[in-house]
Design a protein around this ligand. Structure first.
Ligand SMILES: Cc1cc2nc3c(=O)[nH]c(=O)nc-3n(C[C@H](O)[C@H](O)[C@H](O)COP(=O)(O)O)c2cc1C
Length: 260
């Protein structure tokens, strides 16, 4: 099969966004253009989340040892507190720090320039005290903002190339990015940083879920534009990565299936 043009575009991007001694780094965009650091959907119905803490008992070593992608889930009720803790420990706002006269958000993931370009949306089912639906996580308030009422898992299964392991998970976390938050400072190179940031958050979700006795699985394959439309994302925001989290069903063999 002929090599696709996309592969060449990726190489070109890599070269164009490389730091080279003979080339001055791209200057930041106009200082007047300040993207909002947090997404909020004014007027949406809000649900307060419990579990704004790091009360997770498992030692890090045990979580690292046990971490793996799970693809068999049993759909059982999940306490709202579990969802709240999962989101807060992975990407919640712990506070703020002042560096060189500027305030930065303090979170459990590193982020290029402390700019935190990522947002989190969750499709939930069988989470206690929470109607099934699609929500945006307002990390500052530790609240969910309702985006779409009713079950979202069947549609997400379809949008993730029919990966039916989604069906029995309690939570589908969709990580999105507002690229300009990072690219405003770092230009084209900033686009690399978005994905690195997303990887950090993905690993946090994996480790926190594992430590809480839950099963995670990442999904990198989805119809980008259709998922963006389903989430009703603003034009300047894109879907990056999906991590499903549920309660492990049947035990898989030590190697587990390799997909994706
Ligand atoms: C960027 C990325 C995308 C992935 N996409 C998928 C996917 O679409 N479907 C899937 O079943 N697993 C997916 N995975 C999970 C990998 O298949 C899995 O991490 C790998 O096989 C190693 O297995 P382990 O996580 O159990 O150690 C993805 C992992 C990463 C990091």
């Amino acid at each position: 099969m002929a090599r696709s043009k996309e592969a060449d575009v990726a190489r070109l991007y890599h070269l164009q966004s490389s730091h080279v001694r003979s080339r001055t780094p791209e200057p930041p965009f106009d200082a007047d253009l300040q993207p909002l650091r947090f997404r909020t959907y004014v007027g949406s119905a809000r649900t307060r989340l419990p579990g704004r803490d790091f009360a997770i008992d498992a030692p890090l070593g045990a979580a690292l040892e046990r971490r793996r992608s799970i693809r068999e889930f049993a759909l059982r009720p999940m306490p709202l507190e579990t969802l709240g803790r999962l989101l807060h420990a992975s990407y919640g706002v712990r506070g703020a720090r002042k560096l060189d006269e500027e305030w930065f958000v303090d979170r459990s993931t590193p982020s290029a320039g402390g700019l935190y370009p990522l947002e989190i949306y969750v499709a939930t089912q069988a989470v206690e005290e929470l109607p099934d639906g699609l929500y945006h996580y307002d990390a500052r308030a530790h609240e969910l903002e309702l985006r779409r009422e009713g079950p979202a898992h069947p549609a997400i299964t379809d949008l993730t190339l029919d990966q039916d392991m989604v069906v029995n998970t309690n939570v589908v976390v969709i990580i999105t990015a507002v690229p300009f938050r990072t690219m405003r400072k770092y230009g084209q190179r900033g686009y690399r940083y978005l994905w690195i940031d997303a990887g950090h958050l993905g690993q946090n979700l994996y480790l926190v879920a594992t430590a809480m006795g839950l099963g995670p699985v990442a999904i990198g394959g989805f119809y980008d534009d259709e998922l963006k439309a389903f989430l009703a994302l603003p034009a300047e925001e894109d879907a990056m990565y999906v991590v499903c989290i549920g309660q492990p069903g049947t035990t898989e063999g030590p190697a587990g299936p390799q997909r994706g």
